[in-house]
Design a protein around this ligand. Structure first.
Ligand code: BMA
Length: 788
């Protein structure tokens, strides 16, 4: 048994890093690795393509090439060259819609040396092209991309020459690309946030939120949005390494390792695979090879989600060698853990909870959307900050929502390292899709590519087919809105079933058999009380249903995968996109910024009902954040108190993709709203929940821990002059995962001689001499506090 190494805090542990570095240089010096990535230079340029609409706004650009950034997107390239104004400023979004109607070309030149040409293979790899693009090398078409979520590669050795070579990428707008298909399709298909006449999103495998959403702008761009390079190789290369924990107890874990190798060899040849110091002999045949072996780890260290233990990671360095020659090496990491979604009938209805390493885990977190409307603006620092923020807020799960993107590797690496589980949607949201065979084949390739790319990450808890398509089909009146006949409905629904209940789950079963799949989120829908007994829930009675916050207390589902309330970003953030003259809700800027059909009116009425009328726009902005925090606090408390009926709470939404009002807990610039503090406090492993109904005042303690907790609980009744009126000091003991009502008193008896508007309660939990939780509770809304 070789020793195993820790993977934290960085990408590699220090000992492994040196081991890797030394063996890398040794290998380089003695025999030279045979697979290389050659970066393309950064001298990219772009132009308005003569093939597009060439509308009046674009005219001045024709015939000129401008410097471009790769990876990058067209809008930021236009901005950097000062060809457009800031897309986030005031109502510029409206002015800049012309960009989506144009086609755009990107090109660069690169040097190929004699040594480059000595390789048997030179493959160009585009990890992401958004979306319809033809790629030419020295005038020869090599790739026709039709999907933003797939990588594209092509063998180009024979097209290259020693010296300068050119790569040209010609992007076509999805609007023109799909025009005919849309017109010919016998019915209109609902497409996310787009209006009835604009459903191009459904036909385009591109991030749905680019076409506009109820928290973001519409900017349909294009670009080489992920890295591009040339892969040079001889004889063989490792194309995939897959690690699966197939059994595990406290003494031993068996990890099955599957290595895929592509070999360009004339006949069967002997090779070896070395991993973490062990050597496996293998015979490769020409073409694709699969080498499978078991890796036994004694006394395995388990991967635990945030709050329950260390998210321990193991490194795996696999080297392919021929004799003493290093052919290729691949580095990955994995966690030893089991995860199971328990989604089955029980005495209440249908459960929906996760067991990690056999322990039922209450999930606490939020829904995540892409961090920028212009994806290549998200730097590694922004990823680091966001995941650190989630961890700091005591979250253990994020849902990667289906209208965005399959995130960058870094996102999942950070989740692995920080114990943040991921509820991973496939990228489909609130739409119905066409049933062309080539479109479905495209989806199949996308799904397979992303499962293979992501399946080694222990953070991924679940694959989910899509966002809200099943609830939408059943409840949003699409059939009427789009005038479907029974036959149309059947055709659309059958196509849905074939994608989300057949094709995608069969890919998951084939490529990632240890992870579960659900067809959609949510599996149940709010509306009728009985529905809260079943599976996952997006509860939108508050907000879309205009119900009061108090309904959060009674509408508690088995797993609350979405619920939320909007607020404005801070004034500091607002000042970055609006001038003082726009500081009122009816201004053109504020009206355009609000993308929800009931937006500002809702915020206003809840803010007034909790805090009274605001005296200024600035005050309104502040109160909008406070009222949001109050609402979500009420929800989180109700969800946690109702464990194990409810086993998860993910509020909508963690972050923003541009500065504006939305359901987020932190704004586009990462500035916290008060909701982040509510999450931090009420997502702690042990909390005390104070609450009243018409009769009693209660305190319920909740522990999510794997160990027993005990300590002292101090309860104080205090008046508004901060004078203690009554106090209690009581011991408490909580078993793992326990919810215990520890304090009940008739409110009348508690407040004897005092008025509820003049007092508040304070609770401290002390364990092992530490204050582990503190909260205050008011009996009346803030606007009534201390009033006569
Ligand atoms: C949800 C999400 C998003 C949307 C949010 C707020 O259900 O899935 O589609 O932004 O509601 O309306």
């Amino acid at each position: 048994m070789q020793s195993v190494k820790v993977f934290r805090p960085g990408f590699f542990s220090l000992p492994l890093f040196f081991f890797t570095l030394c063996s890398f240089f040794m290998n380089q010096l003695t025999f030279g690795q045979q697979v290389h990535q050659k970066a393309l230079p950064s001298n990219w340029e772009f132009q308005l393509s003569p093939s597009g609409t060439n509308g009046p706004e674009a005219k001045s650009l024709s015939g000129q090439w401008f410097p471009a950034k790769v990876p990058g997107v067209i809008h930021t390239d236009l901005l950097t060259n000062k060809l457009i104004e800031d897309p986030f400023w005031e109502t510029n979004e409206i002015k800049l819609q012309w960009i989506e109607r144009e086609n755009w070309d990107y090109r660069t030149t690169f040097e190929i040396t004699k040594e480059d040409l000595s390789y048997q293979h030179l493959e160009v790899v585009f990890e992401g092209l958004d979306t319809y693009a033809d790629v030419f090398i020295n005038g020869n078409k090599i790739i026709s991309s039709i999907n933003m979520f797939r990588a594209w590669r092509a063998e180009i050795r024979d097209l290259l020459r020693q010296g300068q070579n050119e790569v040209l990428v010609k992007f076509r707008t999805p609007l023109i690309e799909n025009k005919q298909k849309l017109e010919d399709y016998p019915v209109k298909l609902p497409s996310g946030n787009e209006t009835v006449d604009l459903q191009v999103g459904s036909f385009t495998r591109k991030a749905a939120y680019h076409f506009g959403w109820d928290w973001g702008p519409r900017f349909v761009g294009c670009g080489i949005w992920r890295p591009v390079y040339i892969e040079q190789w001889n004889v063989a290369k490792i194309t995939d390494v897959f690690c699966r924990t197939i059994s595990m107890d406290k003494d031993t874990a068996i990890v099955k390792i599957q290595v895929e190798v592509e070999a360009d060899i004339p006949a069967e040849t002997d090779y070896s695979l070395n991993f973490n110091g062990r050597k496996i002999a293998c015979t490769l045949k020409p073409g694709n090879n699969l080498v499978v072996f078991d890796y036994q780890i004694t006394s395995p260290k388990l991967w635990w989600p945030n709050g329950l233990g260390d998210p321990y990671l193991y490194d795996l360095a696999v080297e392919l060698t021929s004799g003493n020659k290093l052919v290729d090496r691949s580095l990955t990491h994995f966690g030893v853990r089991t995860i199971k979604l328990v989604n089955q009938p029980d005495e209440i209805g249908t459960s929906f909870y996760f067991e990690v390493n056999g322990f039922p885990v209450f999930m606490k977190g939020a829904n995540y959307i892409p961090q920028d409307i212009f994806l290549t603006e998200v730097t590694p620092d922004r990823y680091q900050k966001l995941i650190a923020d989630a961890k700091g807020a005591n979250m253990n799960m994020l849902r990667v929502w289906g209208g965005g993107i399959y995130e960058n590797d870094l996102f999942y690496q950070l989740c692995d390292q920080n114990g943040i589980l991921v509820y991973q949607d496939f990228m489909f949201a609130g739409s119905m899709y066409p049933d062309f065979d080539d479109f479905k084949q495209n989806i199949k390739e996308e799904v397979a590519y992303n499962i293979k790319r992501l399946r080694n990450h222990p953070c991924i808890a679940l694959w989910c087919g899509n966002n809200e398509i099943e609830v939408a089909w059943a409840n949003w009146g699409w059939q009427k809105k789009f005038g479907y006949s029974e036959k149309d409905s059947l055709r659309i629904w059958n196509n849905y079933l074939s994608i989300f209940r057949e094709m995608i789950p069969s890919q998951v079963g084939l490529l990632d058999p240890d992870r579960q799949y659900v067809s959609t989120s949510p599996l149940s829908n709010w509306g009728k009380p009985e529905k809260f007994n079943h599976s996952s829930m997006h509860y939108w009675g508050v907000w879309h249903g205009k119900e009061p916050f108090e309904n959060f207390k009674t509408n508690v589902g088995r797993f609350m995968a979405e619920y939320g309330f909007q607020s404005f970003p801070s004034m500091e953030t607002i000042r970055k996109f609006a001038s003082d003259s726009s500081f009122y809700l009816e201004s053109a800027t504020m009206a355009n910024r609000q993308k929800s059909y009931i937006g500002n009116g809702m915020i206003k009425s809840y803010t007034e009902s909790w805090y009274g009328e605001s005296n200024s726009f600035e005050e309104f902005v502040e109160l909008s954040q406070k009222v949001q925090a109050e609402g979500i606090k009420m929800a989180i408390k109700a969800h946690r108190m109702n464990k194990p009926h409810c086993m998860g709470t993910l509020f909508w939404q963690l972050n923003d993709c541009w500065p504006g009002p939305s359901w987020s807990s932190m704004d586009y610039y990462g500035t916290y709203k008060p909701l982040m503090e509510v999450a931090r406090k009420f997502y702690q492993p042990v909390i005390g929940i104070m609450d009243t109904d018409n009769k009693n005042f209660d305190i319920t303690l909740v522990s999510d821990k794997r160990e027993r907790v005990e300590g002292q609980m101090m309860v104080r009744l205090i008046n508004l002059n901060d004078e203690i009126q009554r106090e209690w000091n009581l011991p408490f003991k909580l078993h793992p995962n326990e919810v215990q009502k520890v304090f009940t008193i008739e409110t009348k008896e508690l407040l004897k001689g005092l008025k509820e508007k003049n007092v508040y309660m304070e609770l401290d939990l002390i364990s092992e001499n530490n204050l582990i939780f503190n909260d205050t509770f008011y009996f009346v809304k803030p606007k009534d506090l201390g009033k006569n």
